[in-house]
Design a protein around this ligand. Structure first.
Ligand SMILES: [Zn+2]
Length: 369
């Protein structure tokens, strides 16, 4: 189940959700069309209907990615529709450039196909001469509804093919580059182009259309995130928890006052701590810097640590892949985890440690590929 999202149904095993913020978009569109037509409810409903039709096309676009991915053993768990577009949650991206290329192209291709089908329907079956309709495109009417939808699909296809992350075009571009160089370098190039284009959009936006500024910022953030994630994935690959295990660390006990944690925080390097049972053998909780500060403000320094510590945390094994450990820590929002081997506590792993490891690895000249 997905939080804050309406379950719409499933298509070939992929669950489709509508995020609640979508309701805001619908209401907003209704009000815009209602207002612009001078209070015509029908015009408001028409605007809403258009958005729904458009998002049906966006769903098909995402299904295009998902079904193409399926051919390469990429599973898509769900598709979530947000006001800014759809997101297909795939368990991984195919790493073979040709496969990534096909998965990325499948989405925009669906929009081109829908556009072409609408074109065929309007001109061949309805026998409408398109140039007659284009004169009244400035306004959405029941008559030009399908024509507008056709244009919107062509625009969606083109927009998604902009060669910048997080657009599909960014993946297409990366896949093409990957054929000639390694994936990390290809990602870096594709992300750089994305950022240059994004800055161009922001710049143009100030002169022409302010929407371009938002689109530019959206692309810029997407490009940076993709570049970071790709380099992170790549660097962590092949390493185990054991490789970054910390064997020197501070521990706390549940009966100690919070003041003991504050002392450790102020005197040492550690920011997150594990809390041991009275025998000093088993970890029964973790205490993060944020927890310490929050509880200090709420209940003062004499409160016992057992009251302030978090009882839900991740436990790791030394031979677990570092990538999985990082994911577990991030999704559990615990910055620190005890590591056990054969029931024995052998050290701790913290997110900051992994990040330092990443920084060091990124600064090193590439040794593996
Ligand atoms: Zn797409």
């Amino acid at each position: 189940m997905e939080k804050g999202a309406l379950y719409l149904g499933r298509i070939s095993g992929i669950r489709i959700y509508l995020h609640w913020t979508f309701a805001i978009l619908l209401i907003w569109i209704f009000l815009v069309y209602y207002g612009q037509s001078g209070g015509d409810v029908q015009q408001g409903l028409l605007g809403g209907a258009f958005i729904l039709a458009l998002f049906a096309c966006v769903t098909l676009h995402e299904l295009g990615h998902a079904l193409m991915g399926k051919r390469f053993k990429v599973e898509t768990e769900k598709i979530t529709l947000y006001p800014i577009g759809g997101v297909a949650s795939m368990n991984k991206m195919p790493e073979k450039p040709v496969q990534e290329l096909l998965v990325a192209l499948a989405g925009p291709f669906v929009n081109l196909l829908i556009g072409a089908l609408l074109w065929g329907y309007l001109t061949q079956i309805k026998g409408i001469a398109l140039e007659n309709l284009t004169t009244e495109l400035s306004r959405l009417t029941p008559n030009n509804f399908l024509l507008q939808l056709m244009l919107a699909n062509f625009i969606l296809a083109l927009f998604n093919l902009i060669p910048a992350f997080p657009m599909d075009g960014g993946r297409v571009f990366r896949a093409l580059l990957s054929m000639g160089t390694d994936r990390v370098t290809a990602t870096r190039w594709a992300a750089s182009l994305g950022q240059i284009l994004a800055i161009g959009f922001v710049f143009l936006g100030f002169f022409y259309n302010f929407w371009l500024v938002f689109i530019g910022i959206f692309i810029y953030l997407g490009a940076s995130a993709e570049a970071y994630q790709e380099s992170t994935n790549h660097v962590l690959e092949g390493y185990k928890v054991r490789d970054v295990l910390m064997t020197h660390y501070q521990v706390l006990y549940p009966s100690q006052p919070l003041q003991a944690a504050i002392d450790l925080l102020l005197k040492g390097q550690d920011k997150e701590f594990i809390v041991l049972d009275l025998n000093g053998e088993q970890v029964i909780g973790i205490l993060t810097r944020n927890d310490i500060i929050r509880h200090l403000a709420e209940a003062g320094p004499q409160q016992p640590i057992s009251e302030a510590m978090r009882r839900s945390f991740v436990t790791l094994a030394p031979d677990q892949p570092l990538e999985d450990a990082m994911k577990a820590l991030l999704s559990n929002q615990s910055p620190i985890a005890p590591v056990y081997e054969n029931g024995q506590l052998i050290g701790v792993l913290d997110v900051e440690n992994i990040q330092e490891f990443l920084l060091v690895s990124n600064a090193m000249p590439p040794a593996r590929s």
